[in-house]
Design a protein around this ligand. Structure first.
Ligand code: C5P
Length: 234
């Protein structure tokens, strides 16, 4: 079994991120670098986290004209990331451009192409938010529509909420990788995640990867917390 734990490095400085990464690297499959850390610490943080020997998931959720997104993806491949995110509402040309850029740049630089993951409807959005931006569909239908468009556009993976896994598994080809946040073990304090699954439940529902932030980085001992989660999956 590949280690499916992606530990989110949701900390504000390079020093904190590297301390956490070095501590938990042996117990996780990848680290997620998001906007907060990337904007504060710059691209160099990707290289330094990669030096721990662990994969990097660059979660910057690109959404722009196809040419700009393709170039951003190419830059991410040169930084040696293994997973990255784009918004599926950027449309099919943008998604195809991103996937092509990932494949071609990887080929040119002798690397494996990263998994380009599509983000569908943000979990902070509801029917009102979709209405505000002129989208009539309900959230579930819009998630399905964007997920299918992503697959038709050549993407090989999606980010989804834990409660979407079962439906998307039925809808999409079996080789599509599903990455899910919203994971809670039950041991941590309650926080802003409302709809959660345990790591075991999410994997059983059909997830391939689990994005886990606070249950690891806010634990008293992050390494032990990650090891316990891994044990729960074996
Ligand atoms: O601390 P926690 O486990 O909630 O962190 C989850 C990570 O996944 C955070 O980096 C958060 O931004 C991200 N995420 C999320 N919910 C989404 C999409 C991303 O929690 N719908």
């Amino acid at each position: 079994m590949q280690n499916p734990i992606i530990a989110a490095l949701d900390v504000p400085t390079a020093e904190q991120a590297l301390k956490l990464a070095m501590e938990v690297a042996p117990a996780v499959g990848a680290f997620k670098i998001g906007k907060e850390l990337f904007v504060a610490a710059g691209p160099d943080i990707v290289k330094r986290v990669r030096d721990t020997g662990t994969s990097v998931f660059l979660d910057l959720k690109f959404h722009d004209i196809p040419n700009t997104v393709a170039k951003a993806v190419a830059s991410a491949v040169r930084l040696d990331v293994q997973m990255l995110t784009i918004h599926t509402c950027g449309g099919s040309a943008m998604m195809r451009g991103a996937e092509d850029a990932a494949q071609q740049t990887a080929l040119q630089s002798g690397k494996n192409a990263p998994l380009v993951l599509g983000v569908t409807v943000l979990t902070s959005h509801d029917a009102n938010t979709l209405g505000e931006i002129g989208c009539e569909a309900n959230v579930g239908k819009q998630v399905e529509r964007l997920a299918q468009l992503a697959v038709q556009s050549g993407l090989r993976g999606l980010v989804c909420s834990p409660l979407e896994i079962v439906d998307l598994r039925q809808l999409l080809p079996a080789n599509i990788q599903l990455v899910t946040p919203g994971i809670r073990t039950g041991a941590e304090k309650s926080d802003d995640q409302k709809r959660t699954l345990t790591p075991r439940e999410a994997m059983d529902a059909g997830a391939n990867w689990l994005v886990i932030g606070r249950p690891i980085y806010a634990a008293e001992n992050p390494r032990v917390a990650a090891e316990k989660i891994l044990q729960s999956l074996r």
